[in-house]
Design a protein around this ligand. Structure first.
Ligand code: PGA
Length: 245
């Protein structure tokens, strides 16, 4: 497995269910990070839809490939599922697990997220485990309580700072153009690292409406180790700016 601790910052692009061969060709052509990547302290991960993984990997250098999800199961009669071992087989080194869209639309529980993370780890894939509160939970001052429960229940026992990344993505900030204040982001990342035991040296990355206009400020926060970027990662000019911020 890659030593994630060697990276200063981790930037992951979550393309969700977007993209096409034409889109990828244009993206690769205009991606500038590829040409001046002497900066090994930055880990750039691109998570396309499964169908484009191979194509992307064959055409991309200096970026890691990530999945957006993996099956709860290791193999067998689960029509439509993709196992962690299949992801590893085509070169995935990371996998987003428990994204709020999966938790909400596909009713994934913390226990299922933990099993998916176990499957990833078994196949030498770094899980990027997502946690985040709803707006209602935030308004009711429940954020820290919710995050503690999610992180503890979603992270398997064999997770360590070397093999697992945590993504803090407030649900109300995803795709909405809203973001917490810089102070709030730093405070939550500090809380995860220093108030929930065992996560002190984990890489904790922020996601939710990240744009190039604020990426640098977020990356400069003391307790933030990177970004999980959705919408803005589909715009290659924006993504270039984020990678160089
Ligand atoms: P967004 O998505 O950047 O479009 O808000 C982030 C994510 O869902 O990972």
């Amino acid at each position: 497995m890659i030593k994630i601790q060697k990276f200063d910052k981790i930037i992951a692009a979550n393309w969700k269910m977007n993209g096409s061969i034409k889109f990828i060709n244009n993206f690769i052509k205009k991606l500038t990070f590829e040409n001046n990547n002497n900066n090994s302290s930055l880990c750039s991960i691109i998570c396309p839809p499964f169908t484009y993984s191979n194509y992307l990997l064959n055409n991309l250098k200096n970026h890691y490939l990530g999945g957006q999800d993996c099956s709860l199961y290791e193999g067998g009669a689960y029509t439509g599922d993709i196992s962690a071992s299949m992801l590893r087989d085509i070169g995935c080194q990371f996998c987003i697990i428990g994204h709020s869209e999966r938790r909400i639309y596909f009713k994934e529980t913390n226990q299922e997220v933990s099993i998916k993370a176990i499957n990833s780890l078994k196949n030498n894939i770094h899980p990027i485990i997502c946690i985040g509160e709803t707006l209602e939970q935030k308004k009711n001052n429940k954020t820290k309580e919710v995050l503690s429960k999610q992180i503890i229940e979603s992270t398997p026992k064999n997770s360590t700072k070397n093999n697992t990344i945590i993504a803090y993505e407030p649900i109300w900030a995803i795709g909405t153009g809203l973001t917490p204040s810089l102070e709030e982001i730093n405070d939550i990342h500090n809380f995860i690292k220093n108030k929930i035991s065992n996560y002190e040296n984990y890489k904790i990355i922020y996601g939710g409406s990240v744009k190039s206009a604020i990426s640098k400020e977020i990356l400069n926060l003391d307790y933030v180790d990177g970004l999980l970027v959705g919408g803005a990662s589909l715009d290659v000019a924006e993504f270039n700016k984020i990678l160089s911020s």
